[in-house]
Design a protein around this ligand. Structure first.
Ligand SMILES: Cc1ncc(COP(=O)(O)O)c(C=O)c1O
Length: 411
């Protein structure tokens, strides 16, 4: 293993904790990131922004949620990433990285996926930019996310099942890194969140920052001021950093990262299991997937299996920049549990006519606890059509009062 002290550090977090064999890949990517993304070489960023507009449908609206505002006595505005092509913020990053791969002269795309959202966004971008694409996905996830597997295949991507371990995101990421180590000459690995070795956390944040760039401008134009707070859910933290980035210098704008409280906080040491995914608020420092960050782990440093009703938040780590912003007191980590997220899913659907992703429902749920005066911006990171089967099952199991009564239709 080698680690770099100066590259991509956020306080003590981040870095490049990768096997030697991956160093040429991350160094090449670092160089490309600096040239194309930071210096706009060959007009890369102009091309990216134009494609986000024409293919992605940006800008996404910032809309007032009238009924929620009345309910809470606070002006609530929703940043509608659910309206981005593909139905989630994931496309901002996937399109940026696949396009970057083209500019770098790469001929093949690989990615990992858990719930399948990043996989489908990458497959979509690869089809659009005519790049062959292979997605690593754990066998367990393949079995529980079949529609997304079909979506990826429909866009022409290969889906490579990963049978080791629990067959979920952690193992899929390991396999993708293994592939990349031997194919770096012609392959780019599209990481799906602000995680991994430098330059991924910074680069993914830069591709996602379009969310807060727009939200800040829209807030000034529509509200005549900046919001009092921005609220976003945090899994790996890419919609979070995207929604926060342009507000970080605005000390009066509070930033809330809402994690999955699952069915309880803490780590069950003997079981190597955490019934939550609240690494930012409750985790401890360790190294995962190439970066030092906050993790859910045992006292002995064994990364545990996490849990959330929302597959996209179900990850034992979190982006290093976000971990540092929490340590610095700039971002406040909070969490809501599975029940509260499900209730918020139904509340936004019924009161505003918007079906949010279960991930985004965590951000919406935090409004129940929010006690400021507003206005607040809630990032609706994605739409919830993908979650309908889970929501029907979980709402019935819990007998949720907010859920529609489906009993009458039972034959
Ligand atoms: C709609 C949506 N929101 C949020 C997330 C969590 O990812 P991140 O924390 O990187 O934004 C996911 C992940 O799949 C997602 O699909």
């Amino acid at each position: 293993m080698s680690s770099t002290d100066d590259a991509g550090k956020f306080g003590d977090y981040g870095g490049q904790y990768v096997p030697e064999v991956l160093m040429p890949a991350v160094e090449e990517l670092e160089d490309a990131y600096e040239r194309y993304v930071l210096d706009n070489e060959d007009g890369f960023m102009d091309d990216f922004r134009a494609r986000l507009r024409d293919f992605g449908g940006r800008p996404t609206p910032l809309g007032r949620a009238d009924n929620l505002s009345a309910r809470y006595g606070v002006d609530v505005y929703l940043k509608r990433e659910d309206l981005l092509h593909g139905g989630a913020h994931k496309l901002n990053n996937a399109l940026g990285q696949v396009l970057l791969a083209k500019y770098m002269g790469k001929e093949r795309i690989i990615a990992e996926t858990g719930a399948g959202q990043h996989g489908t966004a990458t497959a979509m971008a690869a089809a659009y930019l005519d790049m062959p694409c292979e997605i690593y996905m754990g066998r367990t996830d393949i079995n529980r996310q079949r529609p997304n597997v079909f979506r990826m295949r429909t866009h022409g991507a290969e889906v490579n099942p990963v049978d080791v371990g629990s067959g979920t995101l952690k193992e899929a990421t390991n396999e993708a890194m293994r592939d990349w180590a031997t194919t770096v000459e012609d392959t780019h690995y599209v990481i799906g969140s602000v995680v991994g070795p430098h330059p991924f956390p910074t680069m993914v944040r830069d591709f996602q920052s379009v969310i807060s760039e727009e939200a800040r401008r829209q807030s000034e134009e529509q509200l005549g001021r900046l919001p009092e707070a921005v609220i976003a859910c945090a899994g790996g933290g890419s919609n979070t950093m995207g929604a926060f980035h342009e507000f970080i210098g605005d000390d009066d704008v509070a930033l809330y990262a809402v994690e999955a409280g699952g069915s309880g906080l803490g780590v069950e040491e003997g079981e190597e299991y955490a019934p939550n995914s609240a690494s930012l608020g409750t985790g401890s420092v360790g190294v995962l997937h190439g970066a030092k960050t906050k993790l859910l782990q045992t006292g002995e440093g064994q990364i545990v299996e996490s849990h959330s009703v929302s597959a996209g938040l179900d990850y034992a780590g979190v982006g290093p920049e976000l971990a540092n912003l929490v340590d610095e007191g700039r971002v406040t980590p909070v969490n809501v549990d599975d029940d509260a997220a499900l209730a918020a899913f139904h509340r936004l659907s019924r009161e505003e006519g918007i079906i949010p992703a279960l991930e985004s429902s965590h951000a919406v749920a935090y409004l129940e606890e929010y006690d400021g005066d507003g206005p607040v911006i809630v990032n609706v990171s994605g739409r919830g059509d993908k979650d309908l089967d889970t929501v029907i099952e979980e709402s019935t199991e819990r007998d949720l009062p907010e859920a529609p009564d489906m009993e009458v239709f039972r034959s």
